[in-house]
Design a protein around this ligand. Structure first.
Ligand code: F6R
Length: 635
């Protein structure tokens, strides 16, 4: 989704803004633009469609835009096609074709989000003489600020507040007013924005990665709040225009997390970071019992303890039902978690797509909790599902990767994955870290609810601790998957089948393949294929069976045989030492032996690699697949 940046200080702004936009490229975009105050009081706006390098070339790497205060934007088109007129920044006046310039730049702004009532507002502004040059809702928001600013002759914060009262929807807005050179104004509702400050510079961005090279001291601006940024100084205001104070926070993420470190793609780097992401995530809920802190990772030692993250045993004990709400891959984590929590802790778990949950009648059982899983913590549907649950008085837990994100701030309780910044659009390390954390949660819940005995509990904790090493060994054997991907690079369709948790892992494998290789693929519960979809199987169609649940193995193998009989090339991912596997399958990928409850976390890695190598074999943009955005902040 769109990325916004802002900078005010005492050195050239354009280069810093372009650098920030480059860090936000991963979010997905199709055009970009900059506005910078010239020293003479004028404001220069430059836009370019396509990749950021076009804007970099057009501005001679920012050198053609002198000035030390500016805003920038990468646009992921929602209202209006991706062309230069629709690209941000947008301004008060009209566009003059003759001079390729704007008639009035009193107010200039960039926006992430959606203004829902933009048509009604545009008509009103047109009645007041405003002429629109773009199809965007953003231009309407900027001109609405301009309207109040000029009509009532009020200051920027008052004009912004009037706009906030008038518009419906979501926004992270960064604005400049020509009468206030060197200052940036910001407003936020339901779209991500973070404000950073150093000794004599101030920054604004959609997320911290864009400013980590300059500062770690940040403010999380709240909903319906506005800000005024001066060099090294930030002031916050509520909707009444009264100045408010917001605590300063420190970003703990390592800047290196947002760099490729020698890997060809972020996705490959992030897959290799999985052992550490899972280890760090488990470490946050693993406590030593008798020995030194380091001993918790040694054999036989350590216990799970969620009290440090606000979920003491009494809280866990009181959970009698769960609803897991999420989108995309995070929803797949929920699907896998459902099997493990129900099996171990013996409580009913329902898994819902956030985009559906928010519009249905919610019937929550007594003593239930809603667990919202989200890497970014900003996904619009997931955030809304959280809010609806809270309004209904249901207890909420957020399971989030990004510190200080909206879901992290609004959930009653928060569990953090420790995956660090994830840049590739296709999630990998955040997914496995989420899975590891829900496994650990399920194990502790089962123990607290006395559904497993002490020995079984200890065994499970041991199994969890072995996952990071297993992940390392899996990644070491990636060569065979590269071969497989190259062999099937030209294939039309692929199918993933499994039962129980294996079905959930198949869903993720299928998404990984299609989102970055653009190859059609579907995941099915293994027993469901013959109810229609099997008609698509032709000679050579790859069918991938996930076979990690011993008690379901023979059933899924029979389903694979049904496909093989119809010409499919059958591939199996398994931890099983069962002669049937070699007998029936054309290609076997083995994963390290672990308890079946946790094997899904290992089985997904070959599937991630398959998606990755298929994309590479087809010469595609692995990290930034077409049409997709990393953080989906609109409904
Ligand atoms: C797929 C992927 C998406 C996200 C989904 C939810 O690889 O990354 O399906 O999982 O958009 O995003 P978050 O987890 O940020 O809520």
């Amino acid at each position: 989704m769109c990325g916004i940046v802002g900078f005010t200080g005492h050195r050239p702004a354009a280069g810093i803004l372009l650098e920030g936009l480059a860090k936000l490229e991963y979010r997905g975009y199709d055009s970009a633009g900059l506005a910078v105050y010239g020293g003479d009081g004028s404001v220069h706006v430059v836009k370019a469609t396509g990749k950021l390098k076009n804007l970099i070339e057009k501005t001679d790497n920012g050198r053609s835009l002198p000035g030390s205060c500016g805003i920038g934007h990468t646009r992921w088109a929602t209202h209006g096609e991706p062309n230069e007129k629709n690209a941000h920044p947008h301004v008060s006046g009209g566009f003059r074709e003759d001079s390729s310039d704007y008639s009035d730049t009193a107010v200039i702004g960039v926006h992430n989000g959606i203004i829902e009532n933009y048509e009604e507002l545009r008509e009103k502004l047109q009645r007041h003489g405003y002429v629109f040059y773009s199809d965007t809702d953003t231009e309407v928001a900027i001109k609405t600020v301009d309207y109040y600013y000029k009509k009532y002759k009020i200051g920027p914060i008052d004009a912004i507040n009037r706009m906030m009262v008038r518009v419906r929807g979501s926004y992270a807005l960064a604005l400049m007013f020509q009468d206030y050179p060197g200052e940036i104004y910001a407003a936020r509702k339901d779209s991500p924005m973070i404000i950073g400050v150093s000794d004599d510079e101030s920054f604004l961005a959609s997320d911290a990665t864009a400013m980590l090279g300059y500062t770690r001291e940040v403010y999380y601006i709240g909903n319906l709040q506005a800000a005024r940024l001066l060099p090294g100084e930030v002031h916050f205001f509520d909707l009444n225009g009264d100045e408010i104070s917001i605590p300063k926070a420190e970003v703990t993420w390592d800047e290196k997390g947002a760099e490729k470190n020698g890997y060809e793609h972020f996705m490959m780097k992030e897959m290799h970071e999985q052992p550490e992401a899972v280890r760090a995530t488990l470490d946050s809920v693993l406590r030593e019992e008798r020995m030194s802190p380091a001993a918790k990772w040694s054999f036989g030692a350590g216990t799970l303890d969620f009290s440090g993250v606000g979920l003491p045993d009494e809280y866990l004990e009181s959970i009698d039902a769960m609803t897991i709400v999420a989108c995309g891959s995070a929803w797949h984590v929920g699907m896998a978690a459902q099997y493990v929590i129900e099996e171990l802790a013996e409580i009913p778990v329902r898994v819902e797509l956030a985009s559906e949950y928010r519009y249905r009648k919610i019937l929550s059982p007594a003593n239930a909790v809603v667990l919202v899983i989200s890497q970014s913590g900003e996904t619009a549907d997931s955030l809304e599902a959280l809010r609806i649950s809270k309004q209904m008085g249901i207890r909420t837990i957020g399971l989030v990767n990004v510190e200080g994100s909206s879901i992290a701030r609004e959930a009653d309780k928060i569990l953090y994955t420790k995956a660090g910044p994830e840049i590739a659009v296709a999630t990998t390390k955040a997914y496995t870290a989420q899975l590891a954390l829900v496994y650990a949660f399920a194990v502790r819940l089962a123990f607290v609810k006395k559904k497993i005995d002490e020995d079984t509990y200890r065994k499970y904790v041991q199994e969890l601790k072995s996952l990071p090493d297993h992940l390392t060994s899996l990644l070491d054997g990636k060569g065979r998957i590269q071969w497989l991907a190259a062999k099937y690079a030209g294939t039309k369709d692929a199918f993933f089948i499994g039962r129980g948790q294996d079905y959930a892992i198949g869903l993720e494998g299928s998404l990984k393949l299609k989102e970055i290789s653009y190859m059609h693929s579907e995941a099915y519960a293994a027993g469901e294929l013959k109810h229609g979809t099997i008609s698509l199987i032709e000679d050579g169609t790859p069918v991938i069976g996930i076979l990690t649940q011993e008690r379901l193995l023979e059933k899924t193998i029979s389903n694979l045989k049904e496909c093989k009989t119809r010409g499919a090339y059958v591939i199996g991912i398994t931890n099983a030492e069962n002669p049937l596997v070699e007998e029936c399958l054309d290609f076997v990928l083995r994963i390290p032996a672990t308890d079946d409850h946790f094997a899904g976390l290992l089985a997904v890695v070959p599937l991630q690699l398959l998606g990755y190598y298929s994309s590479v074999s087809r010469g595609l943009d692995v990290d930034k697949p077409r049409n997709l955005a990393k953080s989906v902040t609109v409904e």
